[in-house]
Design a protein around this ligand. Sequence first.
Ligand code: AMP
Length: 214
Amino acid sequence: MKIIMLGAPGAGKGTQAKQIADKYQIPHISTGDIFRANIKEGTELGKKAKTFMDQGELVPDELTVALVADRIVKEDCKNGFVLDGFPRTIPQAEALDKTLEEMGEKMDYAIDVDVPDENIVNRMGGRRACVNCGATYHIVSIPTKVEGICDDCGSGLILREDDKPETVQKRLSVYHEQTQPLIEYYGGQGILKTVDGTRPMKNVFEDIIRILGA
Ligand code: AMP
């Protein structure tokens, strides 16, 4: 099962993607996580990506597309994968289709987690990320067991640079300009499914399972 998660930053698509990956035993591929891992390791890619990410801009397509193309041909992707945060532009979607076509494959579902902008801004202010392992939480909806401490590795939590209010506004406008057109793109391919992302996370996940089939 090959799935794309669509939705504005902060719509909750990452949380849903992780749960889908767990349930269906397929890899969760998050380009944001890959970039953050590269930043932490201090790689050339990380250095380049950081300048765009800190501004709320997209990392250029040429850096992003190759990364995903290399990842989805790996052995662990043979039964499918869930893409989280990719594609984010029409050229990325076209490049993905081309890569899959060369493999004799195609995407099965594009799931849009739909949340209005006003909810997004409120949500992002409550988001916290682990300084060490990158795990994400929310002070209200996904709290840690001990306040300010990561459940997974015990390190401290921060409000990520790109989750700060001014950057969130920028990311939202980038989303509307560059990523939202994908809804029409996948609608045209007949694989678009929309779920109401304002519902509690558990209900959103149930809606997704209903779409994908238990
Ligand atoms: P995310 O964790 O998916 O919200 O991604 C965080 C940031 O990484 C985004 O705001 C972008 O700067 C960058 N990024 C992640 N995925 C992509 C992508 N597919 N294309 C371009 N930039 C991306």
